[in-house]
Ligand binder design. Structure first.
Ligand SMILES: [Zn+2]
Length: 363
């Protein structure tokens, strides 16, 4: 207590009583240890301080008052000393903290960096596929996501009455009903074939990959999304047959999933290939022994493929009597889900950093 009651104050000389009143505010005004030391000198110092003056006044006080005054003065001194000590500890702690931040400054250290970004797992998988095919002479082609019916359907030998052309399956642009969001990466085939047809002989053929986004009117659920990714591949040359397709894809799957990755082909139908097939790969999770992902069969479907339909070559201005080729298309999300055992497609689009970090080992 640094405030005295009226009775105690009345015992003190007037200037001392005023000094007592000032003490609390003077103490909290001390912003550093130097200021505190000055205040300490003023109040409790050995010579000339208020405490010293009070001791002097005690000596000359009337005998009757001495006892009470002595108690007041001792109490005061004790309170001042304790309050000064507490404030000193506070200021010393503050100073220590300040010094430690000062000492932590090292101009030679690299500055703190924001967390680095990284490629999305789907992009990494697409890049990986490109890396597998590039040494085989494939380059990357891109096409627009807003396409014409001509490129998305007509050029791919898709019949006029094919259900995929309907508005239930395909997003058409409201203002331009002849334009649509491409439903597969195959229109890139049509564009590339048309563009390179005149120089086909000089180039000795065409090989390319076309990774990209595609759109279909699907409800969002764990295995469907109205937007997803495909990687399309195509090769045109002379005397190209199914054995070239099988050899190329078997090589690619080994490069992607390891040397033990066996493949098998099943007949299938797509309007733009003849014959058409689907390819299964030995389940990359169980290695073929059977698990939940491959539903116990040891095989998982990974892509659709086939020999390019003569009509597709013809529409692009290429003579199917001279040239032939194969094409394949792979669902990127589907493959990523399989490889990473991700049960829900939506995780790839939600940008939850915990998921993206956990996917760090996808490739
Ligand atoms: Zn399996």
């Amino acid at each position: 207590m640094t405030h005295l009651d009226a009775k105690a104050l009345s015992l003190l000389p007037a200037d001392m009583a005023a000094a007592c009143e000032r003490f609390p505010s003077a103490l909290s005004a001390c912003a550093n240890l130097d200021a505190l030391n000055r205040l300490k000198g003023t109040y409790t110092g050995r010579d000339g301080s208020f405490a010293a003056q009070l001791m002097e006044s005690l000596k000359v006080a009337p005998k009757a008052k001495k006892r009470d005054l002595g108690a007041v003065i001792n109490g005061l001194k004790k309170n001042w000393e304790e309050a000064l000590k507490t404030r000193q500890t506070e200021l010393e702690t503050e100073k220590k903290q300040l010094d430690s931040t000062k000492n932590a400054w090292d101009a030679t250290l690299p500055p703190p960096m924001p967390p680095a970004g990284a490629l999305h797992p789907l992009n990494r998988l697409m890049d990986r596929l490109v890396d597998v095919f590039r040494p085989l002479g494939y380059h990357v082609e891109e096409g627009p996501e807003v396409e014409t019916e001509e490129h998305n359907f007509d050029g791919l030998n898709i019949p006029e009455d094919h259900p995929a052309r309907g508005t239930a399956d395909t997003f058409y642009l409201a203002q331009h009903s002849e334009l649509l969001l491409r439903t597969h990466t195959s229109p890139v085939q049509v564009r590339v074939l048309k563009r390179l047809a005149p120089e086909l002989e000089a180039r000795g053929g065409i090989r390319f990959l076309a990774p990209g986004r595609v759109y279909r009117k699907d409800e969002i659920d764990p295995t469907h999304s109205p937007m997803f990714h495909q990687v399309e591949g195509m090769l045109v040359g002379k005397g190209i047959g199914m054995h070239h397709l099988k050899g190329t894809l078997a090589y690619a799957m080994k490069a992607l999933f390891g040397q033990n990755a066996d493949v098998r082909f099943r007949p299938s139908y797509f309007p733009f290939v003849e014959p058409g097939c689907e390819m299964d790969v030995h389940c990359p999770l169980c290695g073929g022994s059977g698990c939940r992902v491959c539903k116990g069969s040891g095989w998982v479907e990974i892509l659709g493929a086939g020999l390019i339909h003569p009509n597709v070559l013809r529409i692009a201005g290429i003579d199917p009597e001279i040239w032939s080729g194969f094409a394949f298309g792979m669902g990127v999300e589907r493959t990523a889900m399989m490889v990473s055992q991700t049960p829900d497609l939506r995780l790839f689009f939600e940008n939850d950093q915990r998921f993206l970090k956990a996917m760090g080992g996808l490739d």
